[in-house]
Every structure is written in structure tokens, then in C-alpha cells.
Design a protein around this ligand. Structure first.
Ligand SMILES: *[C@@H]1O[C@H](CO)[C@@H](O)[C@H](O)[C@H]1NC(C)=O
Ligand SMILES: *[C@@H]1O[C@H](CO)[C@@H](O)[C@H](O)[C@H]1NC(C)=O
Ligand SMILES: *[C@@H]1O[C@H](CO)[C@@H](O)[C@H](O)[C@H]1NC(C)=O
Ligand SMILES: *[C@@H]1O[C@H](CO)[C@@H](O)[C@H](O)[C@H]1NC(C)=O
Ligand SMILES: *[C@@H]1O[C@H](CO)[C@@H](O)[C@H](O)[C@H]1NC(C)=O
Length: 453
């Protein structure tokens, strides 16, 4: 009798050990409990953020450096802090340029001066906070939407200088050094900001092409560290394809616009094309946890982004496709060329239905595409280790479940079939079985389902 009491006590200690707070099940249950409804007090970048309720805002009226305005901070509904929101802090220079957009009255020189000022104000390191980036982008939109290029009543020098000032401003705004400003903008202000920016530039290229054709500018090119532009205006009798970059290696980016794409010319008998390679854009795109639509079931962006614009716009889809060759940024599989369309209502801004893959190697993929817009290459990446985690976890769980079934069966057998043999030995075995069963249940329920996916 004494030994029996001792054994039951021992069993109790073992069970208590297994379900003690170090086991994952207790951790998981405390994590899911909404114990706190306030964001904690915190100091970040020199700002003191007081504890506030989940789902509310707080603000500071002082902005960093020379910028003026208010910094906001949002406490999310799960009582964690959002990043600080500097989108309403603006440098005086940019604020002043922004008010000048109201004076744009259609005169080409007004557009040219403002574009040159924007080029000056958006040089690397000139923008300090996300509010500067948003203001510069707003000024850019005022310059390129319905600009004087549409009526094109200007000299070729003004048209050329204006186009170049806008392109250099765009190149500067897309500089990698501004990636943190883009990220913050995507996080707190507009998840589609950079996609919209690329699409507005596309319509600007269309206006540039039609005006170049009118003022007889026949070609233009600009090669920078993160943006390469080539524009060509063709006579109706042209027979050569437009290729950019024309002298690139066989494993480098290249876009080819065949003559046969042009089925109609403009009133002056010209056709024209613009090809732009954005070499930094893919690293500035919003991450998929900020903007789920930037992801695609076919994979991730694994190339530079290219824009192709034609003048006149031509009937789309083209019978004769344009050809795009993308150099891979890293090793990847299942390449698919996709076009960017922010207005798509589907789950992704990328559409894979307008291009066919012509050829692919480990370094480069060539596609034929039947539209003129922004394109990039999507691939599944080789270093994606989440693919490996799924089967491993599944195998582990299956193994534990099977062993659990056998343990329970043995326990039940000992309880009922062997009831007459009520010895100390049987009690010890039952206790260990029970402890082990509890341990395995603890393990199973402690696995975070998000990690298995
Ligand atoms: C937080 O403040 C910003 C700026 O005033 C406002 O646009 C937003 O709606 C506010 N959000 C909440 C939940 O109060
Ligand atoms: C650009 O800024 C410099 C000084 O930083 C100034 O001297 C120059 O005149 C400016 N150019 C334009 C077009 O505003
Ligand atoms: C074109 O600009 C000139 C002055 O720059 C002006 O006199 C003329 O009326 C304009 N033409 C049109 C069609 O707007
Ligand atoms: C265009 O730019 C060039 C070089 O920067 C300059 O020499 C020329 O005066 C400019 N023309 C106009 C009309 O602004
Ligand atoms: C195309 O036509 C232009 C005149 O419209 C002429 O000068 C040029 O030589 C022609 N080019 C070809 C390749 O026929």
C-alpha cells in the first residue's frame, strides 16, 4: 500500500513536469490571450511615444531636421506600434515648389522651370522624410498629367529640356538611397505608391513620343545608374526593329520592338517607341506583407522592370509581339513574364496572361508579349526554404500521431484487459505511458500552425 502511494505521487510529479510552464502549450495559450489593449511607452528616433489605446493615433508637432509639419504614430488594433508616420513632414523647398504647381497655366516655360527646380530639389540626400518623397511625387504628377506636351506648342529645345528634367527627377526619386522612404510610404500612406508612379510615367512617355514626332526630335537616350531610356521616332518606311540596349550581351536585358508592331502611323506619318529599363524598381516595390497584391502565385520579381510605350498606341493585343529578354537577379525556376496593372481587381497587380516564354536558361529568360506597358520576370526562388519546412513538419506530426495512437492503445489494454494483474509493475508502466501521452499531446498542440502553413 505504501509503495502504491509513493508510485502515484511519483506519477503526479512526472505529469506536473510535462505540463509545466516550459512546455510550448502554455506559451502558445498566453500568446493568444489579449492581455494588453495599449501600446507601451517607447522612445524611437528621439521621439517619446506615450502609451495609448489600440486603434488610436498620437502625434508630435516637431518634424525632423528642416522639415515642417506633424509626426503621427498609430497604435494598431493588436496593441503594437505602427512605424512612425513622417508623410506629413515636408521640407520648405518642396512645399514651395508644390504651391507653384498651382501656377502652371499651360505655358511651356513654366513647366520647364518647375521641372528643373524639381530636378534640383530631388537630388540624392535632398529628400529627408517620406513627406518629401510624397510631395516630390505630387509635383511630378502635376508636371506630367496634361502637360504642354499634349498640345506641344513649343520649340524642340524646350520639349527636350523638359523631358530630360522630368526623366532625371524620376531617376533620382527611384534611387536606392530613397528605398526606406518608399517603404514607409507603402506602410503608412499608399500601398500602391510606386506602382502608380510607374504607370503615370508610362502615360508621360506617350505624350513625349507624340510631341517629339511633331517637333521633329528623332531620337533620344539617357543612361544612368538606375534608369536607362531610349526613344526613337520612325518614318513610315522604316524597316529596322527598335532594340534597346542594342549592344548588350546575350545574357543581359534587351527589349525588341519589331516594325510589324506598328499597324498605324500618326497624322505626320510617324510612329515612335520608348523603352525604359528601371534597374532599381524591383528593390523599391512594396514587400508582400505590406501589399499582398505585389505578390503573385507564379513567384517573385526576379528582374529589372521594363516599360515599353508606342505611338500611336496601336491595336492591342499585337499580332506581332514585342520581345523582352530579362537577366535574372538570382537563381530561380518557373520563369513567367508578367505585366503590371494597378487597376486589376484580381489578387495581384501582376498579370501573366499576355506573354509567352520563348526560351530560358539559368541566367536569362526571353518572352514574347502582346501589350505595351510595364513588365517584369516572375520566378520561384531557389533559396525559398519554406518549401522544405512543410514536408518536414508534416512528417514529424504524422510520426507523433501514430506513436500516440499506439501508446493510448497500450494504456487501454493495461487498464481493462489486464485488470486482474493489479501489480506495482503495471502501475509504473501505466504512469510512464500516461506521462508520455500527455507529453506528446503537449508537443502537438504546442506547434504553431502558422509555422507549418
Ligand atoms: C490617424 O491619424 C491620421 C491623420 O490624422 C488619420 O488620417 C487616421 O484616420 C487616424 N486613424 C485613426 C484610427 O484615428
Ligand atoms: C540648383 O541648386 C543650386 C544650388 O544648390 C543653384 O545654384 C541652382 O541655380 C539651382 N538650379 C535651378 C535650376 O534651380
Ligand atoms: C503657340 O504659342 C505661341 C507663343 O508661344 C502663341 O502665340 C500661339 O497662339 C500658340 N498657339 C496655340 C495654337 O496655342
Ligand atoms: C536646354 O538645355 C541646354 C543645356 O542644358 C541649354 O544650353 C539650353 O539653353 C536649354 N534651352 C532651353 C530653351 O531651356
Ligand atoms: C524613307 O523615306 C524618307 C523620306 O520620307 C527617305 O528620306 C528615306 O531614305 C527612306 N528610307 C528608306 C529606308 O527607304
Amino acid at each position: 500500500m505504501r509503495t502504491k502511494v509513493m508510485l502515484v505521487w511519483l506519477c503526479g510529479v512526472l505529469v506536473a513536469y510535462w505540463i509545466s510552464p516550459v512546455s510550448p502549450v502554455t506559451e502558445a495559450s498566453t500568446a493568444t490571450q489579449p492581455t494588453t489593449t495599449k501600446c507601451p511607452q517607447e522612445t524611437l528616433d528621439g521621439y517619446d511615444w506615450p502609451s495609448i489605446s489600440a486603434g488610436t493615433n498620437t502625434s508630435h508637432s516637431g518634424c525632423p531636421g528642416v522639415t515642417l509639419g506633424t509626426v503621427y504614430r498609430f497604435c494598431r488594433s493588436d496593441a503594437t506600434w505602427e512605424v512612425a508616420d513622417y508623410t506629413r513632414c515636408v521640407s520648405p523647398t518642396l512645399a514651395s515648389l508644390n504651391t507653384q504647381t498651382g501656377n502652371l497655366d499651360g505655358s511651356p516655360s513654366g513647366y520647364l522651370h518647375l521641372a528643373e527646380d524639381l530636378q534640383n530639389a530631388s537630388k540624392p540626400a535632398k529628400l529627408v522624410v517620406s513627406g518629401d518623397l510624397l510631395t516630390a511625387v505630387t509635383i511630378m504628377y502635376a508636371l506630367v498629367e496634361d502637360s504642354f506636351l499634349v498640345t506641344c506648342n513649343a520649340t524642340s529645345a524646350v520639349v527636350m529640356n523638359f523631358t530630360e528634367a522630368v526623366l532625371i527627377s524620376a531617376r533620382q526619386l527611384l534611387d536606392n538611397s530613397y528605398s526606406s522612404l518608399w517603404t514607409e510610404t507603402h506602410q503608412v500612406s499608399d500601398v500602391d505608391a510606386i506602382f502608380t508612379f510607374l504607370e503615370k510615367l508610362d502615360s508621360f512617355y506617350g505624350d513625349v513620343l507624340s510631341c517629339f514626332s511633331l517637333v521633329n526630335i528623332t531620337e533620344y537616350s539617357l543612361v544612368t545608374e538606375n534608369l536607362d531610356v531610349a526613344i526613337e521616332v520612325f518614318q513610315a518606311n522604316t524597316s529596322e526593329a527598335f532594340i534597346f540596349p542594342s549592344n548588350s550581351n546575350s545574357d543581359a536585358n534587351q527589349a525588341t520592338v519589331p516594325v510589324a508592331v506598328f499597324t498605324e502611323a500618326d497624322t505626320s506619318g510617324h510612329t515612335a517607341a520608348c523603352i525604359v529599363w528601371y534597374k532599381s524598381a524591383s528593390s523599391l516595390l512594396p514587400s508582400t506583407d505590406i501589399n499582398a497584391r505585389s505578390a503573385h502565385q507564379d513567384g517573385q520579381i526576379n528582374s529589372d522592370v521594363v516599360s515599353v510605350t508606342l505611338h500611336p498606341t496601336q491595336v492591342q493585343p499585337f499580332n506581332e509581339p514585342i520581345t523582352l529578354r530579362f537577366s535574372h537577379h538570382q537563381a530561380g525556376n518557373n520563369p513567367v513574364c508578367a505585366l503590371l496593372d494597378v487597376s486589376l481587381t484580381s489578387s495581384s497587380v501582376w498579370s501573366d496572361s499576355e506573354c509567352e516564354t520563348v526560351s530560358t536558361t539559368s541566367d536569362v529568360t526571353t518572352c514574347n508579349c502582346h501589350h505595351a506597358t510595364n513588365f517584369a520576370l516572375l520566378t520561384t526562388l531557389n533559396d525559398d526554404d519554406t518549401v522544405l519546412k512543410v514536408p518536414l513538419n508534416a512528417i514529424m506530426v504524422t510520426g507523433v500521431v501514430i506513436s500516440l495512437l499506439f501508446l493510448v492503445a497500450t494504456f487501454v489494454l493495461l487498464l481493462y484487459v489486464n485488470r486482474s494483474l493489479e501489480s506495482d509493475w503495471a502501475l509504473v508502466v501505466k504512469c510512464f505511458l500516461l506521462t508520455y501521452i500527455i507529453g506528446q499531446i503537449t508537443f502537438l498542440s504546442g506547434i504553431n500552425p502558422q509555422k507549418i502553413r
